[in-house]
Design a protein around this ligand. Structure first.
Ligand SMILES: Nc1ncnc2c1ncn2[C@@H]1O[C@H](COP(=O)(O)OP(=O)(O)O)[C@@H](O)[C@H]1O
Ligand SMILES: [Mg+2]
Length: 359
């Protein structure tokens, strides 16, 4: 049974299943049209899959085919929020704010947040129609998502718009993920930014850092001092510290060993991650290959830390599954690409991954 025919897709219901088929658009060139439809089909499926892992209230994905442009998903019974919102704008505002807050915390932008893409199921709210959604870490994309929502509320639900919007914003702020623990490697201002840290604090965040770093940091949350070569348990999260310092005579003053600054080894979701901090290639790194590190994050900008040549030696010694270079783009500027290539060809027993820049 066809239940909806929108601008992009035909939706059929079969039992407890919805089949969403993206139809071709005659006004688009057919090659482009196919590409676009299969891209959107794949992306919607990918996001539904991710949301299901997160236990987010959205339809479960059953199957996807980017040839027939079809997605099969769970049918969510209920009414569109469009017909329900005006009866209880504050309550539904709280629901919307919570869902969008969680979505944005996971860096998913819905991109079509209207009350026709929300279903009221008993007392719960479900989000649907992730056909335009995408992953993004950018605050601007999240702001645009909220802006669109605000506009549709204003035009579709003008009588209750203000109350609803206020509830959304309050609830969004409450559910947008903040940090449980913040880790700081050392006290230099490019690694210890009070402004940035303050933005991700909640009441029970713990800031973990060396004592001198903590001393300069003016925050109202709990501070937890650390020193190198120790194992810690902070709120049930176990991690280790590794020393981080310079050995190159020209760099000794930047990160002297006597400062007791650190790098960290964390285990998250079964992956062991070593964040080296600002450091040269130091003897302690030779012992790390015994730990079977999954991801080693190593500086390679030179000037203040090891150079790319030294980072190659370090990466080979640590032999993590993946090596991620850091702390070089601002220092090397146009020579960054060259350094990345050099690292890739020099590192023999680890796969080099280059992270995308956020801004
Ligand atoms: N999983 C679902 N469960 C129940 N109804 C759905 C589901 N997916 C879509 N619908 C219904 O079909 C309509 C159109 O689907 P949607 O995914 O929003 O496509 P469109 O791109 O056409 O807006 C929705 O407004 C909703 O009424
Ligand atoms: Mg829709």
């Amino acid at each position: 049974m066809i239940i909806a025919q929108g601008a992009e897709a035909i939706l059929k219901k079969e039992g407890n299943k919805i089949i969403k088929e993206r139809i071709s658009k005659k006004y688009r060139l057919s090659g482009l049209d196919n590409q676009l439809r299969s891209f959107r089909t794949r992306r919607e499926a990918k996001i539904l899959e991710k949301l299901s892992i997160l236990n987010f209230p959205s339809p479960k994905l059953y199957s996807m085919c980017d040839k027939s442009m079809k997605i099969e998903m769970e049918f969510i019974p209920g009414k569109l929020l469009r017909s329900q919102l005006d009866n209880n704008p504050v309550l539904w505002g709280e629901h919307i704010g919570k869902l969008v807050g969680i979505l944005h915390s996971k860096n998913i932008i819905h991109d079509d947040l209207t009350t026709a893409n929300m279903i009221v199921n008993k007392k719960n709210l479900f989000l649907i129609d992730f056909g335009l959604s995408f992953f993004s870490l950018k605050e601007e994309d999240k702001a645009v998502d909220l802006h669109l929502l605000k506009n549709t509320l204003n035009s579709r639900h003008s009588l209750v718009y203000k109350d609803c919007w206020n509830a959304i914003i309050k609830s969004y702020a409450k559910h947008f993920d903040k940090a449980d623990i913040v880790f700081v490697t050392h006290a230099h201002s490019d690694h210890l930014s009070e402004g940035d840290i303050t933005q991700i604090l909640k009441d029970d965040t713990v800031v973990v850092a060396t004592p001198d770093s903590l001393q300069t940091l003016n925050v109202s949350v709990k501070k937890y001092p650390v020193e190198p070569n120790k194992k810690y348990d902070v709120r049930g999260f176990i991690f280790e510290t590794v020393p981080a310092y310079n050995v190159n005579p020209q760099r000794l003053n930047f990160h002297p060993k006597s400062n007791n600054w650190v790098g960290y080894i964390f285990e998250i979701n079964g992956r062991k991650i070593y964040h080296a901090g600002d450091t040269d290639f130091i003897p302690e790194m030779n012992t790390l290959n015994r730990l079977s590190i999954d991801i080693a994050m190593l500086p390679m900008g030179g000037t203040y830390t090891m150079t790319v040549e030294e980072a190659i030696i370090a990466a080979n010694a640590i032999s993590a599954k993946y090596t991620v270079p850091m702390h070089y783009k601002r220092l090397l500027g146009e020579r960054s690409k060259e350094a990345e290539e050099k690292l890739k060809s020099g590192v023999k027993n680890s796969e080099v991954i280059i992270l995308d820049e956020l801004k």
